[in-house]
Design a protein around this ligand. Structure first.
Ligand SMILES: [Zn+2]
Length: 203
């Protein structure tokens, strides 16, 4: 592998290599090609259901939580138990925009590709009263899945080239169908932020 097309940090390189592998798997040939996570999900044996499809099975209370008061506290969810045909069900927050859904779905796909076991994600801890709290969150696993997904969406080599061409984060975001925040996050973790500031923002 050509290391000049990888970010300078060890962590960044590890994420990048996995992101590139995901892009290969999706059949993309050029680093500037746009990855469509919804197509990739099919290869990953994931069934992406719309909120409308699951809504009839939800109680009023759950619905209120998912798209009402709690709508900002979740971005997507995977069912820990596979469907009878082996597929895994994923639901994305319908109140979030397309860009955000793309990033969420990529994270879920990364979990599958990286072999993160749902049991690893659902750790039971106990509160002060000794009651179990289901903690569906493990920071390192989440960071890995999000980072690999983001690398697959916005590859380092393409990002560096676009910065050299003077493209803004907004333009790059539009190109890859992701949010500007995700592009800037990629610039920062890939150590391209200083380049961006010099060549694009003040250039
Ligand atoms: Zn996750």
């Amino acid at each position: 592998m050509d290391v000049s097309n990888l970010p300078p940090t060890k962590k960044g390189r590890n994420y990048e290599i996995r992101g590139i592998a995901l892009r290969d798997f999706a059949g993309l040939r050029r680093d500037e090609d746009r990855l469509n996570p919804f197509e990739l999900a099919r290869y990953a044996n994931l069934l992406v259901a719309t909120y409308e499809q699951i809504e009839p099975f939800l109680t009023e209370e759950t619905k209120l939580h998912l798209i009402g008061d709690g709508k900002d506290s979740w971005s997507g969810g995977a069912c820990s138990q596979a469907l009878p045909d082996g597929r895994k069900l994923i639901v994305l927050n319908p109140t979030h925009g397309k860009n955000r859904q793309n990033a969420t779905l990529m994270e879920e796909i990364s979990h599958v590709f990286l072999g993160h076991k749902p049991s690893k994600l659902a750790i039971t801890t106990y509160n002060k009263e000794g009651k179990p709290i289901a903690r569906e969150y493990q920071a390192d696993v989440e960071e890995e899945a999000y980072s690999v997904g983001a690398a697959a969406l916005v590859p380092f080599s393409a990002l560096r080239r676009m910065i050299n061409q003077g493209k803004t984060s907004k333009e790059i975001a539009r190109h890859f169908n992701v949010s500007r925040e995700l592009v800037e996050y990629r610039m920062k973790v890939s150590r391209l932020w200083d380049d961006y500031k010099t060549k694009v923002i003040s250039g």
